[in-house]
Ligand binder design. Structure first.
Ligand code: HAS
Length: 549
């Protein structure tokens, strides 16, 4: 008999519900700020009460990119681990709740400071832009909160192994472990810069800050941050989408190997965000460019795996030709359509990333709104559409309510609004970027010369796309409220696909953590030791010896 996650794991369902509540409130606030900023930037709106473009941009970036994603991801990952391993014990749940409340308190503090215009430093909070110390303290609490959840995920995975000797660990739990391993290792960088550099500096305890060190530590964390968004989407693609289309997981071992590669190569690549920055030897930038090209491989493996999943299922349903599967997919089910369109958008999104990473080519796009277009295709479409698609089955199973036909109709509408809005907005950003339109700037209008003559049309297109996206966000919030509180009560399954009969068991070495953590650390040391030494020695004027802060 089908049972909801809420019925089988009531405590874990409550935990996930709390995360989803914060995630969707954050989506509402952050996306509303997104609309205001695009209207302001295109000259269609003047913000009242001296509120600046940059303040609204900070709200948008921090609340969506850092808060919404983090709460959704942890809520989803921990529900998936609980479901596949048999639930958490009392200690694990208590640690999880401590993490949740630390994250909530940190978020509230940081948001208040941004709203007070005391932290208008954008989501990357680059020095020498300086925020109130409490903003950094809020962010620290947010990160420390996630560490608690990470330890719970590690602990539960280890407990499963101990209690089930010889049995392969559940795929979703394994993927959660890799995601959080990458996260814990990466957040050490941002924690260092915030605790040892930015907080003392903003409190006035030290007069200066080693800007290059702080930016480098930020990007040591910043690239794995984008994979922290992507990996849970991959978890959904690998382990849940096959179930939604009525198929099976193509290969458990390939999925695990993809995640291992992502762990190894996600971190030692931060310099590809700093290719135009002085103070870093071009050789080390080039080495990290090569490592960036390596981190593309697991995404190509994922594309392969997805095609295989769709094709195998298509053939089961009678498809004959190479792309015959297309006709056999459940296009009218938003739980499939939304993530599928997310995948489709990852093809241009990923190609844009490869362009960004292509060393000299980065000079063409770096300070332009092309990059903003890139991350609206990747995180704001691929990842977010996958999360929206997941919300359509996750919220019903944690609320014990039905995913009705009406909900599905609105979900299809929401998917198309998102896709149309993002195509217009992100497309215009890419083109305007190639024409030199700047990013992170309130001044992007016609500058009186031929090169910038068309800028205002692209600005307008961004405002139109942004407004459609805002509508899409409102529809999404409506669906979430309906599924959480209004739709008829029903027991709904947590959809997890089974492994294909032909798939091999994953090799034991995949669970040999000292090896994978060891190689990850070696790669990080290789990519960062010499350039960091340079950054510390050649610190700005006034510094004596090594300038560690
Ligand atoms: Fe990026 C900047 C390079 C992926 C997010 N990126 C950013 C920023 C963000 C971001 C937020 O090298 C801006 C940060 C800021 O504020 O400054 N990015 C890459 C590369 C990849 C990449 C090489 N980025 C992402 C993902 C993100 C993300 C994922 C969020 C989730 N990015 C860069 C670089 C910069 C950058 C530079 C700095 C730019 C600068 O100058 O500042 C790769 O990981 C991409 C690999 C992906 C693929 C695609 C595989 C396709 C798949 C879909 C298959 C489709 C199917 C459906 C199955 C190779 C898996 C098919 C159906 C049919 C019918 C055909």
């Amino acid at each position: 008999m089908i049972k909801s996650f809420k019925t089988t794991y009531p405590k874990e369902a409550r935990f996930t519900r709390a995360h989803m509540l914060v995630a969707f409130i954050a989506l509402f606030i952050g996306a509303s700020a997104g609309l205001l900023q695009t209207l302001q930037r295109s000259g269609k709106l003047t913000l009242p009460a001296g509120i600046s473009y940059y303040q609204i941009l900070t709200v948008h970036g921090v609340v969506i990119a850092l808060v919404m994603t983090t709460f959704f991801i942890l809520g989803f990952m921990m529900s998936a681990q609980a479901k596949t391993t048999g639930g958490y014990n009392k200690t694990e749940l208590t640690l999880g709740w401590i993490g949740f409340w630390l994250m909530v308190v940190g978020t509230i503090i940081a948001t208040i400071l941004i709203l007070m215009n005391e932290a208008t430093v954008l989501f990357t909070f680059y020095a020498p832009l300086q925020a109130h110390a409490l903003f950094y303290i809020g962010l620290t609490l947010l990160i420390v909160g996630t560490w608690f959840d990470g330890f719970v995920i590690f602990k539960r995975h280890a407990r499963f192994k101990k209690e089930n000797p010889g049995k392969p660990t559940p795929l979703l739990s394994y993927m959660g472990v890799i995601t959080m391993l990458m996260w814990q290792i990466a957040t050490i960088g941002v924690a260092y810069t915030v605790i040892f550099q930015l907080i003392p500096w903003s409190l006035g305890w030290v007069p200066t800050v080693n800007v290059l060190l702080s930016r480098t530590l930020f990007w040591y964390f910043g690239h794995p941050l984008v994979y922290f968004w992507l990996l849970p989407a991959y978890m959904i693609w690998y382990a849940i989408i096959p179930k939604i289309i009525g198929g099976k997981i193509f290969s458990d071992a390939l999925a695990r190997f993809t995640f291992i590669l992502l762990l190894l190569f996600s971190i030692p690549v931060g310099f590809h965000h700093q290719l135009t920055e002085p103070g870093i030897d071009p050789l080390w930038k080039f080495i990290q460019v090569i490592l960036t090209m390596l981190v593309v491989i697991p995404s190509l493996m994922t594309a392969f795996s997805m095609f295989a999943t769709f094709e195998v299922r298509g053939r089961e349903l009678g498809a004959k030709k190479t792309f015959g599967w297309i006709k056999k997919m459940p296009w009218k089910d938003a739980r499939f359509l939304a993530p599928f369109l997310g995948m489709l958008f990852f093809i241009p999104g990923g190609a844009g990333g490869i362009i960004n990473a292509s060393n000299q080519m980065n000079q063409v796009v770096h300070n332009t709104i092309w990059v903003t277009g890139h991350f609206h295709l990747t995180v704001a479409t691929t990842v977010i559409l996958t999360f929206f698609g997941a919300a359509y089955w996750l919220i019903p199973t944690i609320s014990g309510r039905a995913y009705t036909k009406a909900a599905n109709k609105f979900a299809l509408l929401q998917t198309w609004l998102w896709v149309i809005g993002m195509t217009i907005m992100s497309g215009a950003m890419h083109i305007q970027g190639l024409l030199g339109g700047p990013r992170r700037s309130a001044y992007s209008n016609y500058l009186g010369n031929a090169d910038t003559a068309s800028w205002e049309y692209y600005q307008l297109a961004q405002a139109v796309g942004g407004s459609i996206l805002f509508l899409g966000m409102l529809v999404m919030i409506g669906i979430v409220i309906y599924l959480a509180f209004i739709s008829p009560k029903k027991e709904v399954d947590y959809p997890i696909a089974q492994l294909s009969n032909e798939a091999e068991r994953p090799p034991k070495v995949f669970e040999n953590w000292p090896i994978w953590i060891g190689i990850t650390i070696l790669l990080i040391l290789f990519a960062y030791t010499i350039p960091l030494k340079d950054i510390l020695i050649n610190a700005p004027p006034g510094a004596k010896g090594y300038k560690l802060w």
